[in-house]
Design a protein around this ligand. Structure first.
Ligand SMILES: [Mg+2]
Length: 190
């Protein structure tokens, strides 16, 4: 019996679930996209785990503390749970090779496009990656999803419009391209 029997939709954070405003450290700076609650609800209703996977080099760059990133993710979890929907977990990668904080100044296998965070989440939550999806607005999301063995979906919010052209030039084909998170989820869920 395999314990990897759950399916998941992994979500990028900035530009996919919430507006991309550059480096943000505090929940007061967050604008959740108006369709995100409905999207997460649809995933909950279809038995997908919902797991946010985000690069946060702001930590290595000395812009935000790890504590601030964790606090922001707790606030987001509460924001969604107050609307009756569940985000199962958040994973973030604080590392960057050009960081100024010694502890986080390194190239690390967790940073997308590497699949480290997705593989960790799959192990923690018993996820079957072949039945799972990664939704994001950037090339690193599409590559991380593919590198982890799940189906990558590009949304055209955030950096998505620009990235769509770049992927075409590089002949990288996502499993699906959708205008935003809700329409992506609507296509995946049935
Ligand atoms: Mg993004």
């Amino acid at each position: 019996m395999s314990s990897f029997d759950s399916k998941a939709v992994f979500l990028d954070r900035d530009g996919t679930l919430i507006e991309d405003k550059g480096y943000i450290c505090d929940f007061t700076q967050v604008t959740v996209f108006p369709f995100s609650v409905a999207a997460v609800r649809l995933l909950n209703d279809n038995n997908f785990k919902v797991i946010v996977i985000t690069n946060q080099s702001a930590v290595a760059r000395g812009i935000c503390s790890e504590q601030q990133v964790q606090e922001l993710h707790r606030s987001l979890t509460i924001f969604f749970s107050e609307k009756g929907v569940v985000i199962d977990d958040f994973y973030y990668c604080p590392y960057h090779e050009e960081g100024v904080i010694e502890k986080f100044r390194k190239k690390h296998e967790c940073r997308k496009p590497a699949p480290g965070m997705i593989l960790q989440a799959a192990a923690d939550h018993g996820i079957d990656l072949e039945r799972s999806f990664f939704i994001g607005d950037n090339e690193c999301d599409i590559l991380a999803g593919a590198n982890a063995g799940c189906r990558p979906v590009l949304v055209l919010t955030g950096k998505g419009e620009q990235v769509r052209g770049e992927l075409e030039q590089k002949k990288i084909e996502p499993y699906l391209i959708a205008p935003d998170l809700l329409s992506a989820v609507q296509k995946i869920a049935n």
